[in-house]
Write a protein of this length. Structure first.
Length: 185
């Protein structure tokens, strides 16, 4: 019997593209981490559904607007498509840390939206949340996803935080992709 391929949820900044403490504010500043686009395409071509789950408080802070964010996502989607892959969906939280929304990670509202879209629960269907921060791992864990930390972005700092649950660690999205393709081939 074939193994069920998990849904893969990816944080954006620090996992797919280079992060910045000054925020990624334009299409020109949106720079993919080497290997990340090919990794998404490879996972997609192997039959995995890929969703992006990203906090984008730069909108609430007035650093960029939703049209600029959409242009960044269009660039990401185009690059993945040029490599033969696709992204099934993008969930983003435009709120700031003090807005008390239900979508901003570590809360799990964006992941719950994906579950509703797919009409399933990650408590019952396998899913992996790949991120570079504790809040990524916490949001995924809260919905039953297997948490994975990559050491790009803020990942190296995150690995030394006190985290009271198990998670896997990979150097980057490419290393995670290689291991995942081997595991589910």
């Amino acid at each position: 019997m074939a193994q069920i391929k998990p849904i893969i949820l990816l944080d954006r900044d620090g996992v797919i593209n280079q992060d910045s403490d000054a925020y990624v504010k334009s299409v020109d500043e949106w720079l993919p981490i080497p290997g990340s686009i090919k990794s998404i395409a490879a996972l997609s071509k192997a039959g995995f559904q890929i969703f992006i789950v990203t906090n984008q408080s730069g909108i609430a802070r007035g650093y960029y607007d939703e049209n600029t964010l959409q242009a960044m996502h269009d660039k990401m989607n185009l690059l993945v498509k040029e490599e033969g892959g696709s992204i099934a969906g993008i969930q983003y939280c435009p709120h700031g840390p003090d807005d008390d929304c239900t979508c901003r990670k570590p809360k799990s509202g964006m992941i719950e939206n994906i579950e509703a879209q797919l009409d399933l629960s990650f408590e019952d269907y396998p899913a992996i949340m790949v991120g570079d921060s504790l809040r990524d791992l916490q949001a995924g864990k809260a919905r039953g996803c297997s948490p994975v930390l990559v050491l790009t972005g803020k990942g190296r700092e995150t690995q030394y935080k006190k985290i009271d649950f198990h998670f896997e660690v990979y150097t980057d999205l490419a290393a995670f992709t290689i291991a995942t393709l081997q595991k589910y081939s």
